[in-house]
Design a protein around this ligand. Structure first.
Ligand code: IMP
Ligand code: MG
Length: 176
């Protein structure tokens, strides 16, 4: 699929993303009083969200990343996600929050949640900036969600198409 000539239509401005992050971080700060959660960002798309979310949190946190196979150069999920980069710190007995850029089918995140569950965390929650509903295939609970978007292929603020557009400060829909 070629999306070279696609137009970018703004979906969330940098300012709107900031507002979502402030709302989420207030909730997390409230829920994890006296705790020191480990934030696990899902590579690569969550790197910018994790950077901004972690700086907006009013508490000590530890940070690591997990890698999962994803779309490659296709705009369709492969349906069989695998862990490609393991978490580097010990999460056993710890409070863990998985930080995702976007939940689409939910297959990648379900696999990641099941995987981290086997590592024996004290608690495990999910935070995602975008809850994209149209193609959901699993019943997945998002404990901290930024914005619901019904449909479309999104880029910017960490999200890519063919590794491009990750550095855009807002989130855009690729439109023909
Ligand atoms: P899922 O397994 O279908 O929920 O998709 C998981 C991953 O696919 C996300 O973490 C993203 O990295 C990627 N993805 C899903 N939807 C989009 C999109 O609209 N734009 C860019 N990447 C996406
Ligand atoms: Mg991702």
């Amino acid at each position: 699929m070629s999306k070279q000539n696609y137009k970018l239509e703004i979906v969330l401005s940098g300012q709107e993303i900031d507002q979502s992050i402030n709302r989420i971080s207030a909730k997390i700060s409230e829920d994890y009083k006296n705790a020191k959660p480990i934030l696990i960002g899902v590579l690569k798309g969550a790197f910018i969200f994790l950077a901004d979310l972690s700086r907006s949190l009013d508490m000590p946190v530890e940070i690591d990343f997990i890698g999962a196979s994803s779309y490659g150069d296709k705009a369709q999920s492969s349906g069989k996600p695998k862990v490609t980069k393991e978490i580097g710190i010990n999460v056993s007995g710890q409070d863990v929050i998985v930080v995702e850029d976007i939940i689409d089918t939910g297959l990648t995140t379900s696999m990641i949640m099941r995987h981290i569950e086997t590592l024996g965390p004290k608690s495990l929650k999910l935070c995602a900036l975008i809850d994209k509903r149209e193609r959901r295939q699993t019943d997945i609970k998002i404990d901290y969600a930024g914005n619901i978007i019904q449909e479309g292929f999104l880029v910017g603020y960490g999200l890519d198409f063919n590794e491009k557009y990750r550095n855009l400060p807002g989130i855009y829909k690729l439109e023909p």
